[in-house]
Design a binder for this molecule. Structure first.
Ligand code: ATP
Ligand code: MG
Ligand code: MG
Ligand code: MG
Length: 487
């Protein structure tokens, strides 16, 4: 099944179960406390928290998401994209565990010819909270699910909350077993930490998380808080990764090989003359390119432009990492004019607006690639000199590039610190990041003092304000570490 068809089937299924089909909100989060929409539940938070009445008792969506906290996983695990689509079904004080589990089972295991996804039920596993007998019964008695494939976990592993007093509740996570060639067997039905290490997570791939918004929680840090009682208004919030379902149904090895992503890898093969599958590190780079080009396309599509802070900085970093990965694959000329249209063509079945907006989107992307190429030309020689100097004076210890050199690269040549870190690391050199940060802070201080002096001298402040704003821009990547659909 094409990814676009898997998406449509989700909507058709939940539509047939009386869910309101709600269009995706933009990637720019409607919730001002987070930069990007990180889960399908984000637009429904007020209904889940009960601070606003829900317009419908049940809803379903396919939500565009960005998770920057997964950026280091991209291309290395089989299942993490910076951009992905989260299929969701929601109940706001309407149905609860029993029905949510019935729906999940029916949609996952009904044959493809009869409106489902046709997964083999014998290969599914579910993790639940160890106290959640209701879910256990709904699984075993309700749908006849094999108890040996139910894993009971402690609260620390499988509980959702918002980080503060209010609603909280257990999850039931559905996993698909890809088979023993992908990792060791799971310890069935035990309290052991599971799925455990990366290897077995790539075997038992998490596809769908059902969050049961059941309890009122009290004060406490982490997962160590009292449960004060049951909510009057219980909700269901679920999220299933469209790309994960797609890669399993399409018989691929990972989410970067599906129809919406792989065409970019093919285009990279053509550009660079390298073959996907020939070298493990090159394969990671190709997957990173395909992921980041797609994320950039979608983020620009939703109105973000590259800049030095916030969302714009995330976009800048995605584009630059893509361009750098192509260079590391041995191709030095402009790459985006080749790759971006390929990604757009792969995505337009689900997002036709990408075609109509492509002029604007491509101007932004190509402009950023040009600017970055200029930066690279200027800074790379300086960086290379600093790196060989560090290596020359390191003796038998680890070579370290000084904070002053990193600062000069930033200040004079526009090299963001993460680029210096990455490029130095590729040559086995560390960077004295602490000294770099001290120099940055001192520079900020000086800028403030200057601005103040000008202010007392009645100068026009506006110009200085914008400089000060630039200098105080975060240089760190804003890795929002949200997991498990936490708000
Ligand atoms: P994982 O443990 O694999 O990182 P998660 O527990 O962080 O996933 P949830 O927050 O439960 O994920 O999100 C709901 C669903 O969204 C997941 O079950 C998965 O199918 C999908 N998903 C989550 N993060 C990603 C991602 N970075 N790329 C693709 N799909 C994702
Ligand atoms: Mg995660
Ligand atoms: Mg999860
Ligand atoms: Mg998980």
């Amino acid at each position: 099944m094409r990814t676009a068809d898997i998406r449509q089937r989700w909507l058709d299924y939940f539509g047939s179960k009386d869910h309101e089909l709600v269009p995706s909100v933009p990637l720019v989060s409607p919730d001002p406390s987070i930069l990007f929409t990180i889960a399908g539940m984000v637009p429904f938070i007020p209904y889940i928290l009960g601070t606003e009445p829900a317009p419908w008792p049940r809803a379903a969506s396919v939500q565009k998401c960005i998770r920057t906290n997964d950026i280091e996983n991209v291309g290395r695990t089989t299942r993490h994209g910076t951009f992905f689509q989260m299929n969701g079904n929601f109940s706001f004080g309407d149905y609860f565990k029993r029905e949510a589990i019935d729906f999940a089972w029916e949609l996952l295991t009904t044959e493809q010819g009869k409106g489902g996804y046709g997964f083999d039920g014998d290969r599914l596993w579910v993790t639940i909270w160890d106290q959640d007998d209701e879910s256990y019964d709904a699984l075993t008695k309700g749908i006849g699910f094999d108890p040996k494939h139910i894993v009971r976990l402690p609260r620390s592993e499988i509980f959702w909350d918002t980080g503060q007093p209010g609603p909280a509740g257990p999850c039931a996570e559905w996993h698909y077993d890809r088979g023993p060639q992908y990792g060791p067997d799971a310890p069935g039905g035990t309290l052991a930490e599971w799925p455990g290490d990366e290897r077995s997570e790539d075997r038992y791939i998490e596809i769908w998380n059902l969050v049961f918004d059941q309890f009122v929680r009290g004060e406490g840090s982490g997962k160590d808080y009292p449960l004060l009682g049951e909510l009057d208004h219980k909700s269901i919030d679920t999220g299933a990764g469209l790309e994960r379902i797609a890669y399993l149904l399409q018989g691929k090895q990972n989410m970067y090989e599906i129809d919406e992503v792989f065409p970019v890898i093919s285009a990279v093969e053509e550009l660079t003359g390298k073959r996907y599958g020939a070298d493990a590190e090159d394969d990671v780079r190709m997957r990173v390119v395909a992921d980041h080009v797609r994320s950039s396309l979608m983020v620009i599509g939703d109105g973000v432009r590259p800049s030095n802070e916030g969302r714009g900085y995330v976009l800048r970093r995605l584009l630059r990492r893509a361009v750098r990965a192509v260079r590391l694959l041995g191709y030095d000329a402009e790459a985006l004019p080749v790759l971006l249209p390929v990604s757009k063509d792969a995505m337009k079945a689900s997002y036709p607006e990408l075609e109509t907006d492509f002029g604007r989107i491509s101007d932004v992307a190509y402009g950023e690639e040009d600017a970055f190429r200029r930066t690279l030309v200027q800074g790379t020689t300086i960086l290379d000199t600093a790196v060989s100097k560090a290596k020359g004076s390191a003796g038998s210890g680890t070579p370290v590039l000084s904070g002053a050199e990193a600062f000069q690269l930033h200040d004079t040549y526009g090299f963001p610190i993460d680029l210096t870190l990455e490029m130095a690391a590729e040559q086995g050199v560390q960077v004295d990041e602490k000294a770099f940060r001290t120099l940055m802070a001192e520079q900020k201080q000086r800028a403030r003092a200057d601005a103040l002096a000008k202010k007392t001298g009645h100068a026009d402040l506006r110009a200085y304000e914008s400089i000060a704003a630039d200098l105080s821009a975060p240089v760190e990547f804003l890795g929002y570490t949200h997991t498990d659909s936490a708000v």
